[in-house]
Design a protein around this ligand. Structure first.
Ligand SMILES: NC(=O)c1ccc[n+]([C@@H]2O[C@H](COP(=O)([O-])OP(=O)(O)OC[C@H]3O[C@@H](n4cnc5c(N)ncnc54)[C@H](OP(=O)(O)O)[C@@H]3O)[C@@H](O)[C@H]2O)c1
Length: 322
């Protein structure tokens, strides 16, 4: 069996959820090549990953399921339950009556954590990009969360949570929730530090997971604020680490779980080697001064800017919550 001893775990507060391994492998890659995903996930299991992030909209639930089934067959893991899988409800499924059937469709093995992908509801149907304004409908957040709670009660998702929620969205959700969200998965890295949101989540007992921890996949070709950072390069040089390792270590030291995507076995390994060393106070001060830049823009990148969105104020999602 591959060793996972080097990866610490963090407790989640929702119900009887198993602790979450402190780093997860992201699987979002467009265009999707299922065979490549299966291979990368198997390699990740081999080098020690036990935490995987997928979503209906990435279309990687099935290849991830295939890879994990193969990992069990090859005895890389004893059983599926050893692995922590997060999946997400897409906006077209963000309707009370669609939550449970959507999770059942996602189940190519046990889902540990099920998240609302965005606080946005679109007309039911296949995911279309760019998302059309006419497809936006009012979000019944209370109703959707009650359905998420039902998934949890039935044991189909051991923990439930959200993604891309600001403090305002969380305030609204917390007021209605019986089972509070265990996790909020948001963009976070040294160039987008999310201080206010993290403070809020710490106070409410919501664990934060960081997507695009290395600055993302440069979808817009605009460079990478993390991997191109001179501040991080200088720290990496002084510590004998890579820039990616410094970024991931910084996230871990903030009490946040990075969800990092690499389909290269060598970089998968490199990204795991962040748990047995530390940053200095001086490093932390320097990282604290890195100019802030949000990469994943709701308006214009994920969702259209054309006209008004009926279900959500997209500007609300771009708030710089410093
Ligand atoms: N909830 C949401 O709305 C949301 C949004 C975005 C992403 N996510 C999740 O978060 C995951 C990660 O986010 P992301 O893919 O946007 O960004 P990321 O993990 O910050 O960046 C991935 C990019 O960095 C490269 N990379 C990985 N390790 C490296 C290393 N050690 N050195 C240099 N380059 C390295 C990867 O290339 P190689 O593969 O070639 O190594 C890839 O191009 C996604 O896969 C997805 O699961 C969630």
């Amino acid at each position: 069996m591959a060793s996972t001893r080097a990866v610490p775990e963090v407790p989640l507060r929702s119900g009887n959820a198993r602790p979450m391994p402190a780093i997860g492998m992201g699987t979002a890659k467009f265009p999707l090549v299922p065979r490549t995903t299966v291979k990368a996930v198997l390699e990740a299991v081999e080098v020690g990953y036990r935490h995987f992030d997928t979503a209906t909209v990435y279309a990687t639930e099935r290849p991830l399921g295939e890879a994990l089934a193969e990992a069990v067959r090859r005895r890389l893991v004893a059983c599926w339950e050893e692995v922590f899988v997060t999946s997400k409800l897409w906006c077209t499924q963000c309707h009370p009556h669609l939550v449970l059937p959507s999770l059942r469709e996602s189940l190519h093995g046990p889902v540990r954590l099920y998240l609302i992908h965005w606080p946005i509801s679109l007309k039911p149907g296949p995911a279309v990009f760019p998302v059309r304004r006419d497809d936006a409908v009012p979000l019944d957040l209370d109703g959707v969360w009650r359905a998420m709670e039902e998934c949890h009660r039935l044991g189909l998702a051991k923990a439930i949570g959200v993604s891309n929620f600001t403090t305002r969205h969380l305030d609204k959700l917390m007021a209605a929730a019986t089972v509070p969200p265990a996790v909020n998965q948001v963009e976070m890295n040294p160039a987008w530090q999310q201080r206010k949101l993290r403070e809020y989540c710490a106070e409410k007992g919501i664990h934060v997971a960081a997507y695009s921890p290395l600055g993302g996949q440069n979808w817009l070709g605009a460079g990478n604020a993390v991997l191109d950072s001179e501040v991080l390069a200088e720290i990496a040089m002084a510590r004998g680490k890579t820039i990616a390792q410094v970024a991931l270590r910084w996230i871990y030291e903030q009490g946040v779980t990075p969800i990092v995507k690499s389909f290269s076995k060598q970089r998968l390994k490199e990204n795991l080697e962040v748990f047995d060393w530390g940053l200095t106070d001086d490093d932390l001060r320097k990282i604290g001064r890195i100019p802030q830049k949000k990469i994943v823009k709701a308006a214009g990148v994920v969702f259209t800017t054309e006209g008004e969105f009926m279900s959500a104020d997209l500007a609300d999602m771009e708030i710089v919550e410093e």
